[in-house]
Design a protein around this ligand. Structure first.
Ligand SMILES: [Zn+2]
Length: 161
């Protein structure tokens, strides 16, 4: 039956669509498979089938909320990755390796700068195995340009003819 304010669901045809706010909702957004939707954001939702049916006003609020959640997620991931990477290298040295201006990582850590997607991707990969990846990057930057396999120095020499 739903409440007096509920409307028909376009998906299941039942009367039960009304604005609901709850925790634990996610949406795919850019490269993230599941970005968290703010729990306080009310979205017209069907109480029977669970379909979310945002009107124009809600869609606008949702887009703004997701954009904000996106930058927060980038900052959070960069901060987590930096905490791991900087156990092995100074911020200044990492800034040099990544071509960043001095003090930039400090601003990322404090939330004053939002890191770009490519930088978060780099930090994420470095944080998987900081010692190995940092060494590979240092070696790679020392190589002449065009060398196809700069990081294979420790791979052994057994394939040598
Ligand atoms: Zn429904």
């Amino acid at each position: 039956m739903g409440t007096p304010h509920s409307t028909l669901c376009k998906r299941c045809g039942m009367r039960g669509v009304r604005k609901r706010a709850c925790a634990g909702r996610t949406q795919p957004y850019k490269m993230f498979a599941a970005l968290r939707v703010p729990s306080e954001l009310a979205i017209p939702t069907c109480g029977h089938c669970g379909a979310q049916l945002p009107d124009a006003q809600t869609a606008e609020a949702l887009a703004a909320a997701l954009a904000s959640a996106f930058t927060a997620e980038l900052s959070h991931r960069a901060q987590v990755a930096l905490a791991e990477i900087c156990r092995y290298i100074s911020q200044r040295r990492l800034e040099k390796l990544a071509g960043l201006s001095q003090g930039y990582l400090c601003r990322v850590l404090s939330g004053r700068s939002t890191p770009s997607v490519p930088l978060v991707a780099l930090l994420t990969l470095l944080a998987q195995a900081p010692q190995e990846r940092l060494r590979e990057l240092e070696v790679a930057w020392r190589q002449p340009s065009g060398d196809p396999s700069p990081a294979k120095q420790n791979a052994g020499q057994s394939a040598q003819p």
